[in-house]
Design a protein around this ligand. Structure first.
Ligand code: MG
Length: 229
């Protein structure tokens, strides 16, 4: 099993230590270096060529967005996951335009962090569940702005659950992904374990032929497979 080499860039030492401790629990992860601003990030990535860089946005000197722009150009093999306290669509869009592969909120739980690193290391992209939900809302706002209720009807066809490819339970899980729920939240709503939720999600991704949950939500919205609520 090859290790995923990870670098953590954040100006708060305590936060870095917390993130490192969580990642160190995963046998396939290795935190190889830490830094506390964007300048240092460039030096560290040049030296270590990590698989994944976890990058805080708000830092002194060179901030995370500037640093990510540089890194993505110079070291495209090192995938960046942005860490932020902001969940609104403007921040997310701005951050993702830099070429970052992931966007996490600092309020995340440990499982979300681990999942994000795994997905991004494997070449996918990962948005925090709440961020996904906000993007869905923004999509709805754009799609319905300035159109009549009749036209809205055309934009939003009747919801047809994709029962031709997914089980009823998988349809429920897919809807909850679009609702912005985490694995834990889905488990609590359906009274099933997180492990079972993860199995459902990986079956959904496989059946829908997509790489990650963000793509699954986008495809589901396009096809009218989920309600936007
Ligand atoms: Mg900071």
């Amino acid at each position: 099993m090859t290790k995923v080499n990870i670098v953590i860039i954040d100006d708060h030492q305590l936060f870095r230590e917390g993130v490192k401790r969580i990642l160190d629990f995963e046998p396939t992860f290795e935190v190889v270096a830490e830094g506390d601003d964007g300048d240092e990030a460039a030096r560290i990535v040049e030296h270590y060529h990590p698989d994944v860089v976890i990058m805080d946005i708000n830092m002194p000197n060179v901030n995370g967005v500037e640093a990510t722009k540089q890194l993505v150009d110079l070291y495209p093999e090192s995938k960046v996951i942005i860490l932020s306290i902001h969940d609104d669509e403007n921040y997310v869009t701005h951050a993702l335009k830099t070429g970052a592969r992931g966007y996490l909120l600092k309020e995340m739980d440990a499982d979300t962090l681990i999942e994000a690193v795994k997905v991004v290391a494997e070449g996918g992209s990962y948005l925090h569940p709440k961020v996904t939900h906000n993007l869905v809302n923004e999509f709805r706002r754009l799609a319905t702005s300035g159109v009549s209720s009749h036209a809205q009807h055309e934009v939003y066809p009747e919801i047809r659950r994709p029962l031709h490819i997914l089980t009823r339970r998988e349809c429920e899980v897919l809807q909850m992904l679009a609702d912005g729920k985490s694995n834990r939240g889905i488990g609590e709503s359906l009274f099933i374990s997180e492990k079972t939720v993860k199995n459902h999600v990986s079956n959904i991704l496989q059946k829908m032929n997509v790489n990650d949950r963000t793509q699954a939500v986008v495809v589901a919205i396009k096809n009218g497979w989920v309600e936007m609520r």
